[in-house]
Design a protein around this ligand. Structure first.
Ligand SMILES: Nc1nc2c(ncn2[C@@H]2O[C@H](COP(=O)(O)OP(=O)(O)OP(=O)(O)O)[C@@H](O)[C@H]2O)c(=O)[nH]1
Ligand SMILES: [Mg+2]
Length: 291
């Protein structure tokens, strides 16, 4: 996440799609660094606290500042309750989160927030977490498995229905054939057998600095070494044995692709089951909505 982040593209596409399909959306921005919005948030954490102010006043870096903002939010949960309490089942509440992975993997803030949002008798929201991994990660298997391990960690930590998405599919269109891409939908160890990035790492080019390979602690030496390969095999084996992660593909520029992801989200939160039955006119048609 950059200090001057923008509204996450997936959320923007989802809201556009909901609007085109006359569905009610309520957009909550919980990224305290996001400044540019394609759709204005209905609720913005920056009205409570902004990362820029925290970094200036508390002399914190972007990561520490982000954690501070979320700790502050946890102490001021009325900010969320007041806005969300009156929304009916018709609304899809889209909560845009910051992209910093630390927030999802090893601190308990988000599990606490999730428990608060889902608590029966209070907000009682049905949540679906959507974890996005950029499709370009498949080009380097080590990165793909590291990203997948983070997805699994988030699934275990958050304990809500969860979908994993390979986003920005357009960026790999020329590089990975559709047939080959299918292998990345369900991660398994065999993907490590033909890793082009690993082959490249093992063939240092003349432009690579010599020290990178002569220094056993250098990045190049470590990432082309046997222990790095063993580590990746162990990580991939762990992911395969848990069998929790599989991916959906997303191209935000393609309306059908966004619609397909939305239908998975709807299933996870049982959106359609929760709707009030609509009044049916005598001729069997639903009454036209008033403009
Ligand atoms: N080519 C391409 N670029 C994209 C796509 N989606 C987003 N981007 C670009 O990627 C950059 C980052 O956007 P996002 O990934 O949506 O994330 P963000 O909200 O800025 O960052 P985080 O909140 O930190 O994840 C922006 O410059 C977007 O224009 C896509 O599907 N294809
Ligand atoms: Mg974002």
């Amino acid at each position: 996440m950059s200090k001057y982040g923008v509204m996450s593209t997936f959320c923007a596409s989802l809201i556009t799609h909901l609007q085109l399909n006359r569905r009610s959306a309520f957009y909550v921005n919980l990224d305290p660094a996001a400044e540019t919005f394609e759709h204005q948030p209905d609720l913005d954490i920056k009205d409570l606290i902004s990362l820029e102010d925290v970094m200036d006043e508390m002399k914190l870096g972007p990561n520490g500042g982000l954690i501070y903002c979320f700790e502050f939010l946890m102490e001021n949960l009325d900010f969320l309750t007041e806005a969300l309490d009156s929304l009916t089942e018709e609304y899809l509440v889209i909560i845009d989160m910051p992209g910093q992975i630390e927030l999802y993997t090893h601190i308990p803030i988000l599990p606490t927030l999730v428990r608060f949002l889902t608590q029966p008798g209070a907000l009682d929201m049905r949540l679906c977490a959507a974890y996005l991994l950029e499709a370009t990660f498949v080009i380097d298997r080590a990165k793909y498995f590291a990203g997948t391990l983070s997805a699994m960690s988030a699934m275990i930590l958050l304990e809500v229905p969860h979908i994993n998405i390979l986003s920005k599919m357009d960026l790999v269109k020329g590089q990975v054939r559709n047939k080959d891409f299918k292998r990345f939908i369900t991660p398994d160890v065999s993907l490590l057998e033909d890793d082009p990035a690993d082959k490249k790492r093992r063939q240092p080019t003349t432009t690579d600095s010599e020290s990178q390979y002569t220094d056993p602690m250098g990045t190049g030496a470590m990432m082309s070494g046997a222990s790095f390969k063993r580590l990746n095999t162990a990580v991939a084996g762990l992911i395969e044995s848990f069998s929790m992660v599989s991916y959906l593909k997303l191209d935000c520029t393609d309306e059908d692709s966004v619609a397909s992801i939305l239908s998975y989200i709807d299933d996870c939160i049982q959106f359609h089951e929760a709707q009030e039955p609509r009044e049916i006119k005598d001729d069997g048609e639903e009454p036209a909505e008033e403009e």
